[in-house]
Design a protein around this ligand. Structure first.
Ligand code: OGA
Ligand code: MN
Length: 277
């Protein structure tokens, strides 16, 4: 992640003090942002991996417009979104109306993952905007995969060089055919930093290794990545907007009671290039 300074007037970037994450204050995201502020937000996301803004009041169009500052907002590929007035918005929710879910991802745990890593061109930035938040649970944590790479010993770094992992979504119809593999250690195209690009949710095997050997290596990496020192947890409040870089981080959601309502809106940008080692 990268250094930023010389912020535009009234804008502050306050690091969380944990392995990653920062809060940006002084911006109203419902209004168009000037180029210098867009550039400063981008720099902050690249430097801190994940950035949040409190007390935002956004409609779908404003969220899509904000997302487009950073690349083409993709139309969501999932077809199980019942009500989708804005194609680029994916509703993340456990709420059911008239017996039908209004969104995706339910109320269970979502294990650590980088969005869309099972695609040949995975996600770059993702944006989540909090509309309704449960009283307890549903916390989202991010992991700094640059720091996790740096924290490996030299023997492991040498072992990983040139290795690739197969990424699979648990729902077969979401995977491309053939399924894709990516380097286990990727070089971030904008920061040039090395990152550990595997996650417990999607990385399933190591190309060229036996099932058992690959699984054992991945489990070792997952245990390393998910140590507290690499992680920061966000306690959601209504009106939060969070934006993160999937190329340098992975994230996990804690479960929450299905009797509680949780509604977030998500937008997403895909990479224009394939991850490189
Ligand atoms: C996502 C996701 C986590 C959450 O939308 O990509 O992982 O906290 N959401 O809902
Ligand atoms: Mn996700």
């Amino acid at each position: 992640m990268k250094d930023s300074s010389n912020l535009p007037k009234n804008m502050t970037v306050i690091p969380t003090g944990a392995a990653l994450g920062a809060e940006i204050t002084g911006l109203d995201l419902s209004r168009p942002l000037p180029a210098e502020k867009i550039a400063a937000v981008r720099e902050a996301v690249l430097e801190h991996g994940v950035v949040f803004f409190r007390n935002q009041s956004l409609d779908d169009a404003a969220q899509v417009a904000f997302t487009r500052y950073f690349g083409p907002a993709s139309v969501h590929i999932r077809d199980n979104q019942p009500d989708r007035p804005t194609d680029e918005i994916m509703v993340v929710s456990n709420v059911r109306e008239h017996g039908k879910p209004i969104g995706s991802l339910g109320h269970g745990e979502i294990r650590f993952h980088s969005d869309l890593s099972y695609m040949s061109h995975p996600g770059t930035f993702s944006v989540l905007y909090a509309v309704e938040i449960p009283e307890a649970g549903g916390t989202t944590s991010w992991c700094n995969n640059n720091a996790a790479y740096d924290g490996l010993d030299d023997t492991m770094k040498a072992r990983l060089a040139g290795l690739r992992a197969l990424h699979l979504h648990f729902r077969p119809e979401q995977n491309p055919d053939p399924a894709v593999d990516h380097p286990i250690v990727c070089t971030h195209p904008e920061t040039n930093l090395k990152t550990l690009f595997v996650s417990p949710y999607f990385a399933k095997s190591v190309v060229g290794m036996s099932e058992d050997e690959g699984r054992a290596l991945l489990e070792t990496l997952f245990a390393h990545q998910t140590q507290d020192e690499y992680i920061w947890a966000h306690e959601w409040r209504v009106g939060d907007l969070v934006i993160w870089d999937n190329r340098a981080t992975m994230h996990r959601r804690e479960p929450f009671q299905d009797s509680q309502r949780r509604i977030l809106k998500r937008t997403q940008i895909f990479s224009e290039s394939r991850p490189v080692g």
